[in-house]
Design a protein around this ligand. Sequence first.
Ligand code: NFS
Length: 663
Amino acid sequence: MSDEKEKLTIAKEDKKVKKLNLREATSCPATLQMIKRMDEDGNDSVFHRAAEMKPCPIGAESACCKNCFMGPCRLNAKDPYAKTGVCGANIDTIAARNFARAVASGAAAHTDHGMGMLDAFRGVVRGTVGHFKIQDEAKLRSVAESIDIPTEGRTVKEIATDLYEELERTYTQVEGEIPFAKRVPPKTLEQWRKAGVVPRGAMREIMEIMHRTHIGVDQNYKNIVTQCSRTALSDGWGGSMVATEISDIMFGTPTPRVAGVNMGFLKEDHVNILIHGHEPLLFEGMIAASQDPVNIEKAKAAGAKGINLLGMCCSGAEVLGRHGIPHAGNFLSSEPVIATGAVDAIGVDVQCIMQALPKVAECYGTKVYTTNYRAKIDGAIHIQFDEHNPLDAPTKIIELAVERFKNRTVKVIIPQRQDWGVHGFSHEYVTYMLGGKFRGSYVPLNDNIINGRIRGVAGVVGCNNPRVKHDEVHVEVVKELIKNNVLVVQTGCSQIALAKAGLLKPDAAVLAGTGLQEVCETVGIPPVLSLGSCVDNSRILIACAEMVRMGGLGDKISDLPVAGCAPEYMSEKAISIGHYFVASGVFTVFGVTFPSVENTKFHDYLFRGLEEEGFGKWGFAVDPHDMAQMMIDHIDKKRAALGLAEERERKLFSMEDRRAAEG
Ligand code: NFS
């Protein structure tokens, strides 16, 4: 390269780096410290790439179509009805089809994850899988009973065999309703039946979406949205719910435990292994392998004090509540954590694993190991995980990590941040904690909502997105909600943001309004409850169904004073989740961007029309305070409809009061 050219290239690159304002990138100090390191080392991160890559304005509003090869066609988002695609498709059809394909992809990700869990469960039932077993028999029985499988006087094997066969229908059933439709409150189910959205097997629903969004098939936006609802419900009440329930049965239902989050849990003198992705199988195998004295000895022989496991994203969220294994950070921290130089191996399975990881890993002398045949990445080393021998791949990864520990050449810099909080609230535990052993039910939660101490419940969930300041929107929305006496339940990367901000500790109750504070102090819980990974959003659906069943708050999910929010979402999975909450009856607000053009019929249908038909509806805001206010307004609207608008006198609610409220 000539000198002149080289100067130009350097100048261009300088400009690139300048585009990213590091301080505005993240509110997580550990992540900031590490992206500064990456910046100084001349390495790119997701934050740098986001600063460099402007989103396509037409695509951002979902005003383009590439479902055939006469195009791609681009419509004018400013004058959306001025043009159509070559085939004549208008903005409503195009946006609805794009949305539907996001729902299909997101639902496919969750249902394939659930299928993976079911594959392992089948092996456990048939005795072909080593090491894993049924750890939570009580959960096995309760899940079986919830879908009318008899348990009385039957062996675990008999119940588990029936359960496996029944739940397989969640995926494969050609006709008729999926098994967990039995858990839906009757009035909500009745409404779904009328609207024709009760899902058949997820495979059929996803296939049908792909068919209907092909050129020249379904060209009526409302009809497309109906199939979106059916497919999304096959995720929430199907694939995701199976993933959660089977994981609980095999690895134990989470119970609250104090656990740590952040990069400060890496240990310089240990072999550090990070597990990143979604299905709990790899992590469970790794936990067992890392406790094997032979493997510990290998680490010690290399001069390490031991093996230190950490989680990332939803893989990490699964084991935080189940085992108290520390969590290194959420989605946008997955490159920065590697920049510590302390990670000796990263084992990944599926979903949310950036293709950039192997390159960052190379810069900091470590390796990425892919373990699922579905997800191979250029530059990573593939070691296939085999559920029949679940300790084999983890043991290999440990050996390679030990090698890397021995030969560490990169300077290790570990941000000194350790954040503690309570993790592992399951819907079963919510029953117990509010009612105690003898009165275990959702009655006390409903009572506290009826008497006004708790205004309502909000699910704040979902991803990070570098288009907004990392973690900040999650934290601000949640602070605003609890200040207004809204109890918050969380999953996924959002709960990691709040854990880092210290809001998963019981003493965070001081930030709550007086009513919620009183409940938290009495029960000894934080105002923000961490429920697990993104498939564990199904726990929130069950909690909603329980609230309806206990009475006093209406007879459909859409009657409840609840709302949902994904303030920093980025994935298609989030769209599927959002839509199954909407279809279930919940007002759901998304941040960052929304894939539709305002003032079009499709947009209006999602944001208003669905609610008029008895479903929930979508909302959108960028500012966290606006998001919180929209949710609070909705909760208040539902309270008013239930006759709970007037805040009651702050006293313990007696049975008489409750009967009066119900009457
Ligand atoms: Ni959910 Fe989990 Fe995180 Fe978003 Fe990705 S890890 S499944 S998709 S980024 S919350």
